[in-house]
Ligand binder design. Sequence first.
Ligand code: FEO
Length: 396
Amino acid sequence: MKQAVEMMKNIYWIGVNDFETDLFESIWPLPEGVSYNAYLIRDRKNAVLDTVKKGFMPQFLEKIQSALPAGESIDYLVVNHMEPDHSGAMKVLRDLYPDMQIVCNARTVDFLKGFYGIESGLKVMGDGDKLDLGTHTLQFHLTPMVHWPETMMTLETKTGTLFSMDAFGGFGALKGGIFDDEVDLANAENEILRYYANIVAKYSPMVQRALKKLSGLNIQAVAPTHGPVFRTQPNYIIERYDRWSRQDTEPGVVIAYASMYGHTQTMSEAVARSLARNGVGQIRVHNLSKSHLSYVLRDIWRYRGLMLASSTYNMKPFPFMEMLLSTLQNDQLKNRVIGVFGTYSWSGGAVSAIRDFVEKSGNELLDPVVEAKHAPGEKDIEACRQLGQVMAARLS
Ligand code: FEO
């Protein structure tokens, strides 16, 4: 797509697709790519809302110029968020349009100077302030820590379009369809939830605060900086964000296990079989040595039941399990029902550490906690079956 795409009269999508980056933020896999969405509003004053990652400047500029008649300039660049996947092209854009004012809030100023040495030509807006473009009006709503301190959302009041930066966005490049009425949303939701679980989850309380703040606004469309643009069903994504940020979950169980020689895996299989036999329809099993943390987190964020299982490694949980526990602690996981099991060979460590984690997290710990020495015997396997049964009963 070399041309800007008109999403409604005089409002254009000018984003780009990134199929090249392997790891978003150098950690989260992008097998389906990712889009950096930006927008242009044409009016008596032309405004660009957010930019793209630095390396995509040529494509970005091509799109801007395809929508701007010759001789017209950009009057404002609205900076909703300073993370470089959205601000990276800003400096070059400013050099090309030196009279373009940068519209931001007070907390953005430090980032502008620090990242790009930009200190002048700023238009600093407060919460609720408005900017008249001619027939369109922009209103700024500060939403700190969704996902950085300076993050804000911009509402175009005539059309009710909320330019929401990372919030409501998703992984996955836009493969032809850009708007919700063109995209298979059930499929896209997997990558939107993965984005939420990986990038936004830690800030769920701030998402709740932002949703309450936005609830009084007339929102007819939601235009995030990643993934599909919700121009016909804004509530589709707002409702999901509300659920995900309240940690309101679906019935189902994730088994996340770390197994060195297959013994903890044998126990996981016994638990999974018991879950299925006892009527749990949604079971997701992740071997932490194979599944990337990104996907494990996505599934954990969706389902109420969680089984954490690990062999003991140097008297602690296996390293990939430690990484998972540390991330869940950071994300303040709650409202989950959790089972714990694992193995050891001479001194314990893994099972007691995971049990401690669950107890301190405030989530519900299921009985029995199963710990097998060396390889699981029939008594251990029977305890795993019982754990699966208890979980199934708890979820029904
Ligand atoms: Fe897509 Fe927080 O940047």
